[in-house]
Design a protein around this ligand. Structure first.
Ligand SMILES: [Ca+2]
Ligand SMILES: [Ca+2]
Ligand SMILES: [Ca+2]
Length: 201
């Protein structure tokens, strides 16, 4: 266990060789990269969790052109995979991996979480409408039809194949294939500014 490092009292935040391997499998980062991120994470966040202010910095890195506060809680959902309200190293690293070199399936899953506001596994018209509205506030997505509610209704109507009035992941995938900006806009600025992430962590 030569590589083992421990963060505060949180036993689950220590990095064993098995975890290192696990992270490698999860992220495709090299061992050196993971240990590099881990060291800076431990240094910055000795208790193994990112608090509110720290997450704020992460947002600034991810979205250098600024995001309204209300949009941030949606981005937080993309990162906080276990929904406990905090970002641990695993969540930080997997998010970083998806943002930096994730495949389209991974990006799609994160995007689904962003749109699925209440986390029930389905995207409703209301959820779609809320995100459209807030994306437009950030200047991220300019919809041909500025009526968010109507646009959301049209989209759900078109892609809701099983007729339950909402989009599951499979239906959302079809939507994203037809309308790539639905997912691309979330990551666009990130791709351009990924170097900033390193500077703030
Ligand atoms: Ca969490
Ligand atoms: Ca939902
Ligand atoms: Ca459906």
């Amino acid at each position: 266990m030569g590589q083992e490092m421990s963060v505060g009292e949180e036993g689950d935040a220590s990095m064993s060789p098995a975890e290192l391997k696990d992270f490698q499998g999860l992220t495709c980062f090299s061992e050196d990269d993971i240990l590099h991120w881990y060291r800076s994470f431990c240094l910055k966040f000795p208790d193994g969790k990112m608090g509110g202010d720290d997450v704020e910095k992460l947002y600034t890195a991810l979205f250098p052109y600024g995001t309204p506060a209300r949009f941030r809680e949606h981005v937080f959902r993309m990162i906080d995979a276990d929904h406990d309200g905090e970002i641990d190293f695993r969540e930080f690293l997997t998010c970083l991996a998806v943002v930096m070199n994730g495949n389209s399936e991974q990006k799609l899953r994160r995007a689904f979480c962003l749109y699925d506001v209440d986390g029930d596994g389905f995207i409703t018209e209301d959820e779609l409408s809320v995100i459209f509205q807030q994306m437009q506030l950030t200047g991220r997505m300019v919809l041909a039809n500025p009526q968010h509610a109507q646009c959301a209704k049209n989209i759900v109507g078109k892609f809701d194949k099983d007729g339950d009035g909402k989009l599951d992941f499979e239906e959302f995938s079809k939507l994203a294939k037809t309308l790539p900006p639905i997912v691309d806009t979330i990551y666009r600025d990130v791709d351009q500014e990924r170097d900033n992430i390193d500077k703030t962590t």
